[in-house]
Design a protein around this ligand. Sequence first.
Ligand code: 44T
Length: 882
Amino acid sequence: MHDCVIHIYVIGMPNTSTRPKRGRRNRRVPREDPARNELVSRSLESAQQCLFNQDYGTAFVHYLLVLNLAPVLKDFASESFRFTLFKWADELDSLGRIQDLFDCYEQALELFPTDEVIINSMGEHLFRMGFRDEAAGHFHKALKLKPDYPEAKENFYRVANWLVERWHFLMLNDRRRNHKYQQAIQKAVEGGCNTVLDIGTGTGILGMCAKKAGAAEVYACELSKTMYELACEVVTANGMNGRIKILHMKSLEMEVPKDIPKRVSLVVTETVDAGLFGEGIIESLIHAWNHLLLPPQSTQDPSRPPSQAGRVIPAGATVFGMAVQCLEIRRHHRLCVSEVGGLATAAAGELHSPVSCSSEDDSTEPYTTERLSRLPGGYTPLTEPFNALDIDFNNVQELEGLCSREVSRVRLPVTGEGLLDALAVWFQLHLDQQSSLSTGPKEDTCWEQAIYPVQTPHNFPLRPGDELIVEISCRDAYLRLCSVAIARDGREFRLDDCLDPDIPRNNPGPSGNPNPSLNAEAELCSALACLGTEQSSGPRDYTMLECAEMALLNNQPYHDSFRRALAKLINNLKDARSVQGQGLEVMPLTDPPSGPMDPGPDPFYVLDVSEGFSVLSLIAASQGQVKAYSSVEKTQHQAVLRRLAMANGVPEEALEFWLNQVEDEQAVLQRPSREKLWSSIILDCVETCGLVRQKLMEKATLARCLLEDGGQIFPERIVLYGMLVESDTLLLESAVQGQEPTLGFNIAPFINQFTVPVHVFLDLSTLQCRHLSDSVELFILDLMNTNANYTNRDVKVQASASGRVTAVPFWYQIHLNEEISVSTFNQDSHWKQAAVVLHQPLAVREGDWVRLAVTLQKSSISISASIEEEGLLLSQAKWDEN
Ligand code: 44T
């Protein structure tokens, strides 16, 4: 007998914006209650009627009632119920009624708690709203319920990185690091620190070290829900259940005695990021000293036993910096080209990446992270490494004083010649007096360095003899390093004028009143001269582009290829029109005609649906006789395009902004004029991370229907290439390799649930790996004929060397037309590469044939590899010939 739970159904009703209590009333309803049956059938009818009328909110409420009253109908109505839920959720989403939206999902999940489609869909909403961790949890759950559910798989693989960040694998695989921490903890515990708190425990490894070393009481806290749950599983699997108390909370919220009974004698933590302070270690330790730790060993009374004094592992850190020239960094943070796709870029105005430590803007981060040793094209040090900061984690006054500390200025002798692109930062973590870890670029470590890019629009050629002046400060708990000036021949040139108007200028001479001494200097170093002569009148306007958008804009070969391909298409279409005698047909460029008496020939309509900032529409418009529609959304970005249009002689009416995406069928169908179709639709088909864009083939199918005769989708085809490699690095980044690196603790099987077979954002040119084959074509996606596409393909590739195939890196050749293509594996590319890591390494001998079974489901790729047996190979070869 079912208990029927009836909710207060006004939740989520259309036009009810206040959220009623989530009260429940339990009503026992006899099974064969005719009144109930009547209610059920009437409600079901209403639900269906509302659904038909597209009144999804009311339909949803009726369905809830029906299914709660009559669970037997669940099978029958599940499809319509889901459909209603998704439609209603979309509506709530667009109305901004977020709480109502999630209430609806919660109610749906009470009815269908193991419905992977609902769980996955809720994950998508969570993801769109920025709750990535929670979203990823939902995808993971959906996938556990149905391991081969493609939508959930694709979603999960795309977000697993947020759930369990990839560095967990690297750090757990780093035996040296684990061992050093273990030794330091063991020494401290054996020295008398017997109550321990592990802040940010992750998988619980440091807490387990403390317990194993004999600590009487061990507590651990972890703010990520996924990591907390993992830590609980791991601790239990290692027989320490109940011996370590794990709390799902941020250390800052912990209190004595509420969460831990008394203050502890040791805090262990590795809540440090590449920039040291980015995970909030300063704040956490200040709080820990004030609320969770015993007082420190005092110099006045050194006799206090270690069990009565507090201390922290790591004991402190030393931060280093170094100025570098690096083209790879430059092209992601600054506009480097004066011309792209035939357009002069000067009129774009100042463009910045969102990484800047001199900006007050909340949307910027002070640094980004890179592994310097893996940057394509390498880097050139311009200074020696310098000591930027020393910090003692056992001194709470010092921690508290850090942010109020004066900005310190260092003068660094320039030792190398080159352009100043960034300051790179790393640190030594002093675990205790004896032992430390380094995250330096020369270290044999997988750790990344913090990169503080120089954002000024000019290039600064530095040379030995110059001095670089760097300001070091700590603001909002971030360490900030800012190159402020260059001293050459006794003169200082400020670099950050354009960014920070508050800093007094050394050479404020307005251009009408040139500073004579500066003019002399300007002759000496022309590249620097422009700095001091520019007018400064308050903050300069700049436009923000994402790093990938900046690199795209700097990608000349791509834009030039596109321009040529488009020119060819337009020519072909012109020819076709003149053959059909339509070349004389006169149509206005705008609707209605706005002025010119001779509106010229009928334009060609081009639609660019690239995501983010794209100048392709403008390149199209600059061809003449083209009316281009851009899907650039941000007003600032549109303004850049308008400025570029004006400066490049593109008439205003030749470029319009098309705010809706192709997936919005309704919008696309409102094409330029009823009888007009698009001459070209531009799809950006590969994401920067190296994966095919989601829903690409659906978009292509839709786009094809909207093309005029002879019109074209750009690109028309993409070809996926790959190769066999042996790469331990990729293995270490994807899964914990057994118990050995993790000090004998059993962690791998738990964290490896979050292994993702596809690695993204890979720099294949610098990946440490052995090539075990030539590159081979894996897959073709034909955008002009989506019916011609397949989802599975077997590819044979011969091993060119013996070894263990651990991964198949892949990239794309993007064919704009028959002749013109660009590769995503290219020095100038703004794209990174991706790789499938094989489930199990495959041993090959030179000459072996390897069969790769490639699957493209939705837009996620999977590859499995096996050795092709000789007999099979023969029959396969024969079969292929037929
Ligand atoms: N970065 C690796 C590691 N947490 C970042 O939720 C570090 C890369 C790396 N939990 C150079 C150097 C390095 N209370 O699971 C996370 C996080 C959690 C907290 C409770 C708190 N106050 C916090 C703060 C963070 O701690 C775990 C680790 S933090 C990130 C480590 C050598 N390149």
